[in-house]
Ligand binder design. Structure first.
Ligand SMILES: Cc1cc2nc3c(=O)[nH]c(=O)nc-3n(C[C@H](O)[C@H](O)[C@H](O)COP(=O)(O)OP(=O)(O)OC[C@H]3O[C@@H](n4cnc5c(N)ncnc54)[C@H](O)[C@@H]3O)c2cc1C
Length: 421
């Protein structure tokens, strides 16, 4: 019998009352997760830390995290109820992904008791924002091909190399970092995961500007960064075991049971509630009576409903221990592909105003143009849809693995391009 005493419905009523009494309306920067400039971003980060602390003090932080680490010890159904009640309210958006999932979720599974005691409560209290450091300049899809190296030195490790596309590293606190610790074994067998404080000697963080003008993506350069062995996660050279669970948690994104995100807010910083509805877009463009426009609106709505239900179903199966864990790739794939189609539909409905817009139109028709330009983000971030297709075909459908030239070859002898050297 479950030792959880509070029913989901009782919890929902308690959460509803607390949210109404303590949280204001949702703010634009919660939904976009991006501010006009760095100063505003830092203010928003501080505000998110305070909001996360408010959730903690109110007894609503880390709903699915164990009580022993400051969480609520409740179920994914409780978390879902909270997210439903949170719809339309402000929330600490910068803590959702990747701090809570995948980082804290992985920490919970693979951290030592000391690591968990040091970091999980700090995360729940809003004191630590985490980022994930997987991608490297030589290739992000080949996660196991990491060449950032950690070399043993007594009770420490010395880290050298570079990670890239790390979202938000410039203001975050800690990174989960995958590094190569053994070059004499095949690539999957020589990796180790480390917990890395980001702001310390030897780490240089550079910003990268993206197509939409945001510069939250970063590249980090490591020069002789010393990491105590106590900040190693999991066994030496067994980082791929950790990495697989890491990517499993990552594929759920905002649908993870460990994440607090108001119902209606999708991943990637965009929201169904902020974006004008397709009906509103078509109305503004004078197309509401156009049968072609009506079909597009129907298609987008169907994609939205299917995407939502698919995520919910796969997350529920995973949380209950049923189903193949790699099914999260189906969810990730569908969300990426559906997101591209939805951005394209909104762009088509908006008409010429979405192709060339003024500053005043930015929030409106112009936003459809920008969403269209950025539409591939959801197919790349968190692993590409091509890789999801590989996972679905190989690990869900049981089809043969794709050919790989490095299988069984010591990583030292695997040919690499100049950028990996
Ligand atoms: C918004 C955003 C946020 C991100 N945040 C982070 C972050 O916080 N931390 C982090 O570590 N990374 C982050 N990334 C990086 C992201 O994980 C990588 O971009 C992604 O894994 C792809 O790697 P790549 O860009 O190096 O492309 P590559 O690996 O060079 O791939 C190029 C193309 O080849 C395809 N391809 C490669 N191998 C195969 C294969 N075996 N089968 C079929 N197709 C293949 C890819 O799908 C892709 O289309 C982020 C990316 C985005 C867009």
């Amino acid at each position: 019998m479950s030792d959880i005493e509070e029913s989901v419905e009782d919890f929902r009523l308690r959460a509803r009352a607390w949210i109404k009494a303590n949280l204001g309306p949702v703010q634009p920067w919660d939904l976009d997760q991006n501010c006009e400039n760095d100063e505003e971003e830092l203010v928003a980060v501080a505000r998110d830390r305070a909001l996360q602390r408010k959730l903690y003090d109110g007894g609503f932080a880390g709903i699915c995290f164990p009580k022993e680490y400051g969480g609520q010890g409740l179920t994914p159904a409780h978390n879902r109820a909270f997210n439903e009640e949170l719809a339309g309210h402000e929330y600490p958006s910068r803590f959702s992904v990747p701090t809570f999932s995948p980082c804290a979720a992985v920490l919970l599974e693979y951290g030592t008791p000391e690591q968990k005691a040091a970091h999980i409560p700090a995360i729940l209290k809003g004191d630590e924002v985490w980022v994930q450091m997987l991608s490297e300049p030589g290739g992000g899809s080949d996660v196991a091909g990491a060449t950032t190296a950690a070399t043993r030195d007594g009770d420490s490790w010395i880290l050298n190399g570079s990670k890239v596309w790390t979202s938000r590293a410039w203001w975050a606190d800690w990174g989960l970092c995958l590094a190569r610790t053994n070059w004499n074994v095949p690539k999957h067998q020589g990796l180790t995961v480390f917990l890395l404080p980001l702001h310390q000697p030897g780490i240089e963080i550079h910003r990268i500007e993206r197509l939409n003008g945001e510069s939250e993506a970063c590249q980090e350069f490591f020069t002789d960064v010393r990491i105590p062995d106590s900040d190693r996660m999991g066994e030496i050279d067994a980082g791929w075991t950790v990495g697989q669970r890491w990517m499993y948690h990552e594929r759920f994104g905002h649908n993870s049971p460990y994440v607090t995100t108001p119902e209606g807010v999708s991943g990637g910083g965009k929201t169904r509630s902020k974006t004008p509805t397709n009906v509103a877009i078509a109305k503004k463009a004078g197309k509401l009576d156009d049968p072609a426009a009506q079909e597009l609106i129907g298609e987008a709505r169907a994609l939205s409903l299917v995407s939502h239900e698919l995520s919910r179903r796969i997350a529920t199966a995973a949380a209950s221990g049923k189903g193949n864990v790699d099914q999260s790739s189906i969810d990730r794939l569908f969300r990426g592909v559906a997101g591209v189609r939805q951005a394209t539909i909104a762009f088509e409905l908006a008409g010429s105003g979405a192709a060339a817009w003024t500053e005043e139109e930015e929030e409106d028709t112009g936003a459809q143009g920008m969403n269209f330009l950025m539409r591939q983000v959801g197919c790349i971030g968190g692993g590409t849809t091509e890789i999801s297709r590989n996972v679905v075909s190989e690990r869900v459908l049981g089809m043969p693995r794709e050919a790989s030239g490095d299988k069984g070859v010591p990583f030292r002898d695997v040919p690499r391009g100049p950028s990996r050297g």
